[in-house]
Design a protein around this ligand. Structure first.
Ligand SMILES: C[S@@+](CC[C@H](N)C(=O)[O-])C[C@H]1O[C@@H](n2cnc3c(N)ncnc32)[C@H](O)[C@@H]1O
Length: 292
């Protein structure tokens, strides 16, 4: 007897979607290594606010989720000092390897790396003073589950700070890329069922996720994260290389497809062009609070 819940042909189950998403991020890890300094710089304002609000103190334990190259956790390491501990974690071992190499270069004994899926953290409850997660929560199929995990691993009194991208309209530096790929493929982008970068771009919805997980003093603020690139080519190359949900799709297309896509993108970014450079607005939402 066929059930409504059975996956139809070409439809992925949620677990298959999860595996697919994790593989997507593994595939773009080399680009995250190449552009680690750029990402640190670009997302510096977010890191500063996240650390200001969570205030990691000497001797405390900090967990960074979905760390990529680990920029936020590396900054936290200075604050907890040699008596504290920072764990940089990501679902992709290729990402934790990048973070690990950066830890080694800096000689930070208080920082370790771990492969962890934020939807099911293999960590004991009440084990961290601070949890940080930058620009990543919106990519998991069930963000509510990830937020409940944040609650579980925080100690009473522990603090969290999580950023996500605001709406697509307010982040044309990335929204334009998704728009032109969707237009060129004549298909929704990201594909149905795959959570995209703007899926938590509503401040009320975002705050609700944390309140529903029994976290306290939940506050969502906006951070302006503009993006300037010296040329169209710089922006296009880097943005498409770093974007997990896109880079595998683009890699599987023909040269003619990708050339047509670039032409479409050049046209779409005209409103943001100042001479050869591109200047885009960008907005991140920062959710913070604590477990009582
Ligand atoms: C846009 S990158 C952000 C990286 C880093 N937080 C930063 O701000 O530079 C998204 C990251 O989320 C990670 N990721 C995706 N799904 C995850 C999951 N379920 N658990 C942990 N990490 C995940 C990816 O591997 C990737 O490193």
């Amino acid at each position: 007897v066929s059930s409504e819940l059975e996956p139809k042909e070409n439809m992925k189950t949620v677990d298959e979607t999860r595996d697919h998403i994790h593989r997507m991020w593994s595939a773009v890890a080399p680009a995250w290594a190449d552009h680690a300094a750029y990402v640190d710089d670009r997302s510096h304002a977010e890191a500063i606010q996240m650390l200001r609000l969570t205030d990691p103190r000497p001797g405390e334990r900090v967990l960074e989720l979905a760390c990529g190259a680990g920029g936020v956790g590396l900054a936290a390491a200075e604050l907890v000092g040699p008596d504290g501990e920072v764990v940089l974690s990501d679902v992709a071992v290729e990402m934790t390897a990048i973070a690990s190499a950066r830890v080694a270069t800096r000689g930070l004994d208080q920082v370790t790396t771990r492969v962890l899926d934020m939807e099911q953290l293999a960590e004991p409850e009440c084990s961290y003073d601070v949890v940080l997660c930058r620009d990543s929560l919106m990519f998991v199929p069930d963000p509510g589950r990830a937020v409940r995990e944040i609650y579980r691993v925080l100690r009473p009194g522990g603090r969290f700070a999580v950023t996500v991208w605001g709406s697509r309209a307010r982040n044309p530096w990335l929204g334009v890329v998704f728009d032109v790929v969707a237009a060129q493929m004549d298909a929704p982008m990201p594909p149905p069922g795959v959570p995209g970068p703007f899926s938590l771009g509503d401040a009320v919805k975002l705050a609700g996720l944390f309140r529903d997980a029994a976290l306290n003093d939940v506050c969502v603020t906006e951070i302006s994260v503009p993006l300037r690139d010296d040329s169209f080519d710089d922006w296009w190359q880097r943005t498409t290389a770093l974007a997990g949900p896109l880079s595998m799709i683009l890699a599987s297309q023909t040269e003619a497809f990708n050339a047509a896509l670039r032409t479409r993108a050049r046209e779409a970014v005209r409103p943001y062009q100042t001479g050869r450079a591109l200047e885009f607005p960008g907005v991140a939402l920062l959710a913070s609070g604590r477990r009582v």
